[in-house]
Design a protein around this ligand. Structure first.
Ligand code: NDP
Ligand code: MG
Length: 380
């Protein structure tokens, strides 16, 4: 029985992780979890899964839930999420929290030697060097949950990483794949939230539409697989059936395929190196599908992807700025305060405004993250 601590239990990845736990009662048990502000859903989860420890974002919610569930341990705030991340009895941490708030809990969990299934890509983007260094030092495995990185990880099983020629991340193109830049000027939040293939949280759905998601994933892949940016390519593949590929020196390419279902990569991270059935999963029928499509990625059409490559190559604190500016810009778009195309303008301004600091410490990263958020807010 694997004991799981789940950060972001009320989110899209969190809920799908709970689906897997529910589907395999003999395999997994929810020991600890964190949520943000959705205490209504938290009530249902606590009632069903009865975790020992629950962390909430706000102090007032902490008191409310504590009164309702006297047999559960509650905690809250920045310290609370770290307590959940490092919960002693848990064998594995699933980090499915949103944004760079996931960084500190990840680092703390690494320090106490937890295996980490990482969905929270912003953590790797904002401080990949610190996370990977800490993981190496503490001999901790970081198992990818993001479907592209899980695909690459699966393709690399039994391979020598020295033989990799390049990674090919596939991109669906998001909600606005077939629209020209001029058509993007007037798009609404509702249209942007309608992803053709995947059902995900709001922020990552917008990131998919701007292609920033793929940019963050390029940086995530750089850290997870320790490869330079010229060995990480992106290919438009509208069906989201091939989740990513690895090309080797001998020109051979391995790919991982499946219907778009995040529960597959989540479950693989939980059972790795084993696999178990996913009874509710949809099997892929290639004959029925008939064909798959691929197209070169246009970096002028998808400027956020270009910014991400540039920030990644600049290194140091530049990816921290990219991520923080994007988090604020996307939140502003979701609140109707800026237009869709202004997201990339805000990110570009933040990057132009920053001079990268090499080998930043955790406190430098936190400082730059905060400054960038303030700078972008001041532009709104
Ligand atoms: P959601 O927005 O659906 O969920 C985010 C979760 O984090 C919720 O539980 C939310 O709590 C919690 N949360 C948000 N802000 C805070 C905060 N400041 N403090 C504490 N908790 C907080 O996001 P997703 O599930 O879509 O994504 C989670 C992560 O996984 C992201 O990094 C994303 O990039 C990555 N990812 C997601 C995929 C997907 O299919 N959704 C695919 C691949 C990667 P509450 O709702 O209670 O406020
Ligand atoms: Mg992905």
């Amino acid at each position: 029985m694997k004991k799981i601590s789940l950060l972001g239990a009320t989110g899209s990845i969190g809920i799908q992780t709970l689906d897997i736990i529910r589907e395999h009662p003999g395999e997994f048990i929810l020991s600890a979890m964190s949520i943000g502000k959705n205490i209504e859903l938290a009530r249902k989860i606590i009632g069903e899964f009865q975790p020992e420890l629950v962390s909430v974002q706000n102090h007032s919610d902490f008191h409310t839930l504590k009164a309702e569930f006297p047999h559960t341990n509650f905690t809250y705030g920045d310290e609370g999420i770290i307590e959940a991340a490092t919960f002693e009895k848990a064998d594995i941490l699933v980090n499915a929290v949103l944004g760079s708030v996931g960084l500190n809990p990840t680092l703390q969990a690494i320090e106490v030697g937890k295996t980490i299934a990482i969905a929270n890509k912003e953590t790797l983007v904002t401080a990949g060097h610190l996370v990977m260094e800490a993981a190496r030092k503490n001999n901790v495995s970081l198992l990818p949950v993001d479907s592209e990185h899980s695909a690459i990880f699966q393709c690399l099983q039994g391979e020598n990483e020295k033989n990799i020629e390049r990674l090919i991340l596939t991109a669906s193109g998001g909600s606005f794949r077939d629209r020209s830049r001029s058509e993007l000027e007037q798009v609404t939040v509702e249209e942007a939230l309608h992803h053709p293939n995947w059902s995900m949280g709001a922020k990552i759905t917008i990131d998919s539409a701007t292609m920033m998601n793929k940019g963050l994933e390029v940086i995530e892949a750089h850290w997870l697989f320790d490869l330079p940016y010229n060995k990480i390519d992106v290919l438009l593949h509208k069906e989201s059936i091939i989740h990513s590929m690895v090309e080797f020196h001998d020109t051979s390419i391995k790919a991982q395929l499946g219907t778009p279902d995040m529960r597959v990569p989540i479950q693989y991270a939980l059972t790795y190196p084993d696999r178990i059935p996913l009874p509710s999963g949809n099997r892929l029928n290639l004959a029925q599908l008939g064909q798959l499509h691929f197209q070169e990625m246009d970096l002028n059409r998808f400027r956020c992807l270009k910014f991400a490559y540039e920030a990644g190559r600049a290194g140091g604190t530049m990816p921290t700025v990219l991520n923080a500016a994007n988090e604020i810009a996307v939140a502003a778009f979701l609140e109707g305060r800026v237009t869709f195309l202004q997201i990339e303008d805000l990110v570009e301004k933040a990057l132009d405004n920053h001079r990268t600091i090499e080998y930043p410490s955790l406190s430098t990263i936190q400082e730059v993250d905060k400054e960038t958020r303030q700078y972008v807010q001041s532009l709104l």
